[in-house]
Design a binder for this molecule. Structure first.
Ligand SMILES: [Zn+2]
Ligand SMILES: [Zn+2]
Ligand SMILES: [Zn+2]
Length: 100
């Protein structure tokens, strides 16, 4: 497994939304949430129909996401395809809205 070369891009961020930003706008569903540790964008995982976290990476090249529902303390680098240890998981800003 390659070691991540992007740890300098891990920042303390404020989550941009309580759930996946784009899914909340379009009333879509998600399975899990991913938080961008470069800018705070909240997107949905690759098991979700819209895969907004991966789309965010392709659009912005922000490499590192954190598992976000609940914050689990693990990170993932899209570029190196390797796990990244995060010292401080990002606290949730509030209750995560769930679709019914
Ligand atoms: Zn990396
Ligand atoms: Zn989404
Ligand atoms: Zn980002």
């Amino acid at each position: 497994m390659p070691e991540c070369r992007h740890t300098a891009q891990i920042h303390k961020v404020t989550p941009s939304a309580l759930g996946c930003e784009e899914c909340l706008k379009t009333h879509s569903r998600w399975v899990h949430l991913r938080l961008c540790r470069t800018c705070g964008h909240v997107g949905c995982c690759d098991s979700s129909p819209n895969r907004h976290a991966t789309k965010h990476f392709h659009a912005t090249k922000h490499p590192i996401i954190e598992g976000y529902d609940p914050p689990e303390g693990w990170g993932w680098c899209y570029v190196d395809e390797s796990e990244v240890a995060l010292d401080e998981p990002t606290p949730q800003r509030g209750p995560i809205p769930r679709w019914v």
